[in-house]
Design a protein around this ligand. Structure first.
Ligand code: AMP
Ligand code: ZN
Length: 112
């Protein structure tokens, strides 16, 4: 089982900020911003490369839920950045698709 599937199963503790039947959001253990939450589908999807018409509904659900999580965390109005890292060059270290929801400070663009 991958590390994020272990978090979903409760085998590894996490600081949960949102959960429903399809997705889980928890605080990143190495936050890069005042707000840094990891949002994952409960279904194991390895990366953005593995998104298909069959499983993309949960990805849409993540994006439908982001405004609610952002409101709960106080970054709805100030703004935020959502990041997905895919593969080696993308900097993906956990092979269970996840979205970083970051806020509470300004981010530059283009990102380095
Ligand atoms: P990525 O580099 O996009 O694959 O991001 C993986 C993220 O997961 C990193 O920001 C890590 O700090 C975070 N992370 C890894 N293990 C845990 C954990 N047990 N609890 C919370 N966040 C984690
Ligand atoms: Zn997994």
């Amino acid at each position: 089982m991958c590390i994020f599937c272990k978090i979903i199963a409760g085998e590894i503790p996490s600081s949960k900020v949102y959960e429903d039947d399809k997705i889980l959001a928890f605080n990143d253990i190495e936050p890069q911003a005042p707000v840094h939450v990891i949002i994952i589908p409960k279904e194991h999807i390895t990366s953005a490369n593995a998104i298909t018409p069959e499983n993309s509904g949960v990805i849409a659900h993540i994006f439908e839920t982001i405004p609610k999580i952002a409101k709960d965390l106080g970054i709805f109005d100030s703004g935020y950045r959502v990041v997905n890292n895919c593969g080696a060059d993308g900097g993906q270290t956990v092979e269970h698709i996840h979205f970083h929801l970051t806020g509470g400070r300004q981010f530059g663009w283009p990102a380095g």
